[in-house]
Ligand binder design. Sequence first.
Ligand code: NDP
Length: 297
Amino acid sequence: MTAERIDGKAFAALLRERVGALALQFASKAGRKAGLAVVLVGEDPASQVYVGSKHKATVAAGMASFEHRLPADTSEADLLALVDQLNNDDAVDGILVQLPLPDHLDEQAVIASISPDKDVDGFHVTNAGRLAVGQSGFVPCTPLGCMMLLTDRLGDLSGLEAVVIGRSNIVGKPMAQLLLDANATVTIAHSRTKDLPAVVKRADIVVAAVGRAEMVKAEWLKDGATVIDVGINRLPPAEGEQKGRLVGDVDYAAAQGVASAITPVPGGVGPMTIAVLLRNTLVAAYRNAGFDVPEEL
Ligand code: NDP
C-alpha cells in the first residue's frame, strides 16, 4: 500500500480563497473590512517570520491587518494597555499576541486580557471552556485545521479509534476535544504513556503533536490508518547542507507503506494554521457585527 498524501497546502489555498470571497461580501455588508491585529514583542527571528506571513496572508484575503511591533523590554502594563485598546477598537475583530513572550511577561495574564470574542487563536480559558462544554467559541487554529483535513478525507468519524499523541493546551487537548465532539473514541497519549506503540496500533486516526523527529514508526501503525503529523522538527544539517531538513513526528517514508493517508512535513498541517487563523478572524468579524456566520466558514 502507498498512502495518499494529504495535501494541506492545496486545502489551505482553497480555504483562503473561500475566506477571501466571503471577506469581500463582509466588507460590502458591514461597510468595513474584517480586521486582525497582531502584536509582536521583541525580535525573536522565528516570530518575526510568522508575524510577517500572517500580515501578508491577512491583506491577501482582503482583510485589514494591524501590526504592533513592540520592543523586547516592553512592560506588562504597556502590553496590557495595548490589548485593552485593541479590545475596544471596532475595526479590530481578532487579536493575536505572538508567543513566546519575553520572560518578564506573564503569558497567561496577557492571554486572559484579550476579549474572548476577539481571541481568534482560541487560547483564552473562556474559549477552552466553551470547547470543553460544546459551546461555540474559537478553537485553536492548528487542531481545527487538522480536523478539517480529517473530515475532508474520512467524512463521518463516528466510532473511529483516534489516538492523539501530545497533550498541550494549543494542540493535543483541543484536538482530542474536537475528535470527541465528532464521536470518535479518543485516547490522549503523552510522555508518561506506557507502551505507546501498542496504544497507537489501535488507532484508525493518529494525530502526532510531540516535537520529536520521526518518533512514530511505521510498525506502530494499524494498516490503513489516517495519520496527521503536526510536528515540525529540524534535523541536524547533513554534510553539504546549510540547514537540516524539516521533518515531522512520524517516519513519513516508512509510514507511507502502512497508512492509507498521511500529511507530509512540510506541506501538510503547517499551511492550514494561517488559513484557519484567517477563517477565525472572519468568523469573529461576522459575530462582532451581529451578522449570521456563513455556513461555508
Ligand atoms: P509541547 O511541547 O507543548 O507538547 C508536546 C507533547 O508531547 C507533550 O504533551 C508531551 O508530553 C508529549 N511528549 C513528549 N515526548 C513524548 C514521548 N516520548 N512520547 C509521547 N509523548 C511525548 O508541543 P506543542 O503541542 O506546542 O507542539 C507539538 C509539535 O507540533 C511541535 O513539533 C511543534 O513545533 C508543532 N506545532 C506545529 C504547528 C503547525 O502549525 N504545524 C503549530 C503548533 C505546534 P507531556 O505532557 O507528558 O510532557
